[in-house]
Design a protein around this ligand. Sequence first.
Ligand SMILES: C[C@@](CO)(OP(=O)(O)O)[C@H](O)COP(=O)(O)OP(=O)(O)OC[C@H]1O[C@@H](n2ccc(N)nc2=O)[C@H](O)[C@@H]1O
Ligand SMILES: Nc1ncnc2c1ncn2[C@@H]1O[C@H](COP(=O)(O)OP(=O)(O)O)[C@@H](O)[C@H]1O
Length: 284
Amino acid sequence: MSLPQLSVHAPAKLNLFLHIVGRRTDGYHLLQSAFQLIDWCDDLQFTRTTDGVITLLNPQPSVPAEQDLVVRAARLLQQHTGCAYGAQIHLEKRLPLGGGVGGGSSDAAATLSALNQLWQTGLSVPQLQALGVQLGADVPFFLFGQNALVEGIGEQMQALMIPPRWYLVWVPPVHVPTATIFTAPDLVRNTPGITLSQVQFAYMTNKLIFGRNDLQAIAEKQFPEISAALATLRHIQPNGLVRMSGSGATIFAEFEHEEVAQAALQAMLRSGLPQRGYAVVRGR
Ligand SMILES: C[C@@](CO)(OP(=O)(O)O)[C@H](O)COP(=O)(O)OP(=O)(O)OC[C@H]1O[C@@H](n2ccc(N)nc2=O)[C@H](O)[C@@H]1O
Ligand SMILES: Nc1ncnc2c1ncn2[C@@H]1O[C@H](COP(=O)(O)OP(=O)(O)O)[C@@H](O)[C@H]1O
């Protein structure tokens, strides 16, 4: 008899805007951000085993298996529930590592959700989210699984309707250390709070350009490669939203039509700017 298996997609996200509205006493920053899921995914396949061992069949060259968020998520669920099953996991990695599109957090969320089914551990989504936030601030959002206005440090979310768009996603060839951006002395930390209905109204009236990314000015100053890519993308797409996602380095532009987004990608490629990944994808 074949072993029970489950295959899942782990989508990326873009932060359409990201405001820092305060700071907690432990130094973590309070955010308000529109999280848009996009059709750019890692793929994971899980096979249930009876030996209790968690195996990542194809570790990534730059992440030792023991440190991979997929393995850490599986161990966390196993320890929390006392489950005796194990799993063999295959990860088809497409999303740029540490790129601000949440790939690692999405992999962790997909693992918690898939193994909760395969192992029949019966945790609710809020219970999985409480486990997931120990692995990364964006894990609760990926378990929520819908576009959302996310608040706090990532643990509070409300569904947000975002009109369908195509996105050109471009990853400049730099790795931005999230902590360095958040600790910059000149980071803006007092953007006024907004309400869900203000954001919802802007998006329903097609103003995707709403807000800004407060981390972007710091990232542009520290990494001229991000600044150069944004300038080129703004030149190619002068109308509509062009912005950095999360703490970078990924930047994106929004389009109503796929053909226009594809033409913009060709123009970016012709510009000769270096990159470590790109995609033209639909918002979910
Ligand atoms: C800001 C976001 C938006 O999606 O950026 P991206 O990671 O996607 O780029 C995320 O919430 C990031 O979450 P995550 O990537 O899990 O951050 P962590 O590793 O927990 O944080 C790295 C460091 O950044 C700082 N940090 C992070 C998140 C936050 N809300 N306030 C902070 O001050 C802290 O100094 C922390 O030690
Ligand atoms: N499965 C995984 N995918 C991506 N990154 C992982 C994974 N497991 C561990 N990591 C580590 O987590 C870091 C942040 O991951 P990622 O979610 O891709 O970044 P970001 O939050 O900036 O989008 C990576 O730089 C890597 O060292």
